[in-house]
Design a protein around this ligand. Structure first.
Ligand SMILES: C[S@@+](CC[C@H](N)C(=O)[O-])C[C@H]1O[C@@H](n2cnc3c(N)ncnc32)[C@H](O)[C@@H]1O
Length: 229
């Protein structure tokens, strides 16, 4: 059964909770739009068994919907995080969006973690100065070493999408979050993801962000995350 949480528009999240204007970038979305188009074409024309043989990571994964990409960009611009964490790099679509926000602020770095050894191969080279790739290990194994030196203000969770997996990542990251941090969850449509957000971040305000993405984007906002830009 679906766990009830409020649903807010992106505008309301920014205005009421982050006290920041909605900054958008067609250029940032356009820079990675062809990656998503290529992915969709491959899926349309290749049978699933060929996709699996070509690339097991590709067979299991999807880039986020452009509506979620828009929200990632706007929230990253609003928060202006010195450090962003992302689990689930895949081809690098959402990583590129988060990196574009850092580039447009001229501030911050995106650490992105993926099991997949070729993750991030479609990130535009011009955005790589804002990206640190951590590949080939489960995020729960590769994040702790990085968390010895940095405190993320923004965490986008998009690797595993089951209750135990999401909770395990939160247990690694949550103690090291910067004060006033924001955590975003893809696949919030999955009850286990939502429940892990509630259980793993008990002090946080948790909501669903309205949008066109059928997989849905969730947000958890730490107490005191209100910003004045
Ligand atoms: C849904 S895709 C991420 C899509 C990406 N965020 C985007 O929008 O472009 C999920 C990715 O998580 C990776 N993954 C799965 N389990 C993982 C784990 N335990 N640790 C790190 N990465 C994992 C997969 O290899 C895959 O590339």
């Amino acid at each position: 059964m679906a766990v009830p949480v409020p649903e807010l528009s992106l505008e309301a999240v920014l205005e009421l909770h982050l006290r920041a204007p909605l900054l958008e970038s067609d250029a940032a979305l356009a820079a990675v739009a062809d990656t998503r188009d290529r992915e969709q074409r491959l899926r349309r024309f290749l049978p699933p068994q060929i996709v699996r043989r070509l690339d097991r990571g590709f067979a299991r994964s999807y880039t986020v919907h452009p509506s979620t990409a828009r929200a990632l960009y706007a929230i990253a611009r609003a928060l202006r995080p010195a450090v962003t964490f992302e689990t689930g790099t895949y081809w690098g679509y959402s990583t590129a969006i988060l990196a574009a926000a850092a580039r447009d602020e001229q501030f911050g770095v995106v650490h992105t973690f993926d099991l997949y050894p070729h993750a991030g191969k479609h990130i535009p080279p011009s955005l790589m100065p804002w990206v640190r790739l951590h590949r080939g290990q489960a995020a729960t194994d590769s994040m702790p070493a990085v968390l010895h030196t940095v405190r993320p203000s923004l965490f986008f969770q998009d690797s595993v999408h089951d209750y135990q997996g999401v909770l395990a990542e939160l247990r690694v990251v949550q103690p090291c979050l910067a004060s006033g941090a924001v955590v975003l969850f893809h696949d919030f449509v999955v009850d286990g993801v939502l429940q892990a957000a509630i259980d793993g971040l008990p002090e946080f305000f948790v909501a669903r962000i309205a949008g066109d993405d059928p997989q849905q984007l969730g947000i958890a906002i730490a107490p005191g995350a209100r910003l004045t830009r």
